[in-house]
Design a protein around this ligand. Structure first.
Ligand SMILES: N[C@@H](CCC(=O)N[C@@H](CS)C(=O)NCC(=O)O)C(=O)O
Length: 206
């Protein structure tokens, strides 16, 4: 089958990984061409189509350029004929948990970027301390969240599950000192179940 979607991504972006996992879960990956790129490069093909030069960027069959991981996830869900990432019956709960996961991902990503450009003292700044506190509070909230607690908590890969699990994977990848895996056992049990899937294994960070 001819690809009709094009996804620009890199191997270390949590936002791009969300889009990539969504394409796997909906099986639209089979109709997607992956374009690996460096969004930080000054002169790139990505920059020609997206003035923000950020991944993920998705180009549709009609040539529309979509940015923002959650908007891309929404679009992917809208054209999916199989699995629903945003099931109607659970919509509010899914959106609520998706927001927590996205916020965790943003705080983690901004922490990484601030350290990279300003050094480790970035964490001691007012904004740095707010980010670290937000990460800590959100991990505790997730560990106690009714959708996550307990060995039988559902692990369907809806958008909320995908976003939270990618955010946790990114913390392990870039900010291992948070050691969330050992400090939040309920979350770790849930995470292990969610990520034991092709969509997560085939999109691992590098
Ligand atoms: N809110 C955006 C964030 C995307 C983003 O920040 N992507 C990063 C990689 S993780 C990027 O491409 N950064 C390059 C830049 O900002 O120049 C989303 O959800 O897609």
């Amino acid at each position: 089958m001819q690809p009709f979607l094009t996804l620009y991504l890199n191997t270390s972006s949590p936002f791009a990984r969300v889009a990539h996992v969504c394409l796997h879960e909906t099986r639209l990956i089979e109709q997607t061409e992956l374009r690996w790129c460096d969004p930080w490069a000054a002169d790139s093909e990505l920059l020609e189509i997206n003035p923000l030069s950020r991944v993920p960027t998705l180009v549709t069959a009609e040539g529309q350029v979509l940015t923002e991981s959650l908007l891309i996830a929404y679009y992917v869900d809208s054209i999916s004929e199989g699995v629903s990432l945003l099931p109607e019956a659970q919509r509010e709960a899914v959106l609520s948990l998706t927001g927590l996961g996205q916020g965790l991902m943003e705080a983690a990503f901004q922490t990484v970027i601030a350290r990279k450009h300003q050094g480790s003292e970035a964490d001691a700044s007012v904004l740095g301390m707010r980010r670290v506190s937000a990460i800590e509070r959100t991990l505790a909230a997730l560990d106690a969240h009714p959708a996550i607690m307990g060995a039988t908590a559902p692990t369907e890969r809806t958008l909320d599950t995908i976003v939270v699990a990618v955010a946790l994977a990114y913390l392990s990848f870039r900010l291992p000192a948070f050691d969330w895996e050992n400090r939040f056992p309920a979350l770790q049990t849930w995470y292990a179940r969610v990520t034991d899937s092709e969509s997560f294994i085939l999109t691992a960070f590098e």
